[in-house]
Ligand binder design. Structure first.
Ligand SMILES: C[S@@+](CC[C@H](N)C(=O)[O-])C[C@H]1O[C@@H](n2cnc3c(N)ncnc32)[C@H](O)[C@@H]1O
Length: 226
């Protein structure tokens, strides 16, 4: 079993960019007005003040447009060129990296912080494990932080989008989804802690909060003590 591939994501971003994509516009508004504020809050509160920081699966970068930079170097990483093109226009990052999140092109223990939103749920557990192992490998052991906005089984977005997907699937006669398959939503806070612990990561806290419209479990983690 594998997660949606690069081509799948390129088509997703192309479809959202089309002039007539009402969902694309709505998703962009949610990212810019709601999610970006939550990302600003958590990165300001938990990320170290200086160093290199990577959004792993950055998409268009809109969710990260409000991060306080200070002494931080912000890198956006994605394997979709379509998404990176859009991210470049938005100007959120100091650098963009086209790479696979499962094989990060960074040296061991060199990254001060890694974050992502709406990414982890697209990978089967064995792939998620590989990604978390990679995060652990590259993050600074003394103060590095991981910040994962990982949708729970029943977050607000599911309740809102599922009826539309169901209706449209019936009308067009084939399965319709707003996003590529979400095969690994988090069932609970305990599941988050256990999943991260399996990769040698210690969960600092897990929030489910109106700050991001109850869309994600927000997991703050660091490397476990040796
Ligand atoms: C649902 S989008 C989320 C994008 C962004 N974080 C946001 O809030 O809009 C998931 C992103 O992960 C990227 N992605 C999926 N699989 C990937 C992989 N194996 N390596 C790198 N990026 C990947 C996709 O191209 C897509 O941009």
């Amino acid at each position: 079993m594998t997660s949606p591939g690069k081509r799948h994501w390129e088509l997703h971003w192309q479809a959202l960019r089309q002039e007539h994509s009402a969902f694309g516009k709505l998703a962009s508004v949610v990212r810019r007005l709601l999610l970006s504020r939550a990302v600003k809050h958590y990165t300001s509160r938990y990320f170290p003040a200086t160093g290199r920081f990577v959004e792993a699966g950055c998409g268009t970068s809109e969710s990260s447009s409000r991060i306080n930079r200070h002494g931080r170097q912000l890198l956006g990483l994605d394997f979709s060129l379509e998404a990176l093109r859009e991210a470049r226009l938005n100007g959120t990052f100091d650098g963009l990296v086209c790479a696979d999140i499962q094989h990060l092109p960074f040296r061991d223990e060199t990254i001060a912080g890694i974050w992502n939103l709406g990414v982890m749920e697209h990978f089967y557990p064995h792939q998620g494990r590989q990604i978390l192992d990679e995060f652990r490998r590259v993050v600074r052991p003394e103060d590095g932080i991981l910040l994962l906005f990982w949708p729970p089984t029943y977050g607000l977005s599911r309740w809102v989008l599922a009826p539309f997907e169901w209706l449209r699937s019936h009308i067009v006669g084939r399965v319709f989804q707003f996003f590529p398959d979400e095969v690994n939503r988090l069932p609970s806070r305990a599941a988050a802690r256990k999943t991260l612990a399996n990769s040698g990561l210690e969960t600092v806290r897990v929030d489910f909060t109106p700050r991001d419209g109850f869309n994600h479990l927000i997991v703050v983690a660091r490397r476990s003590a040796p």
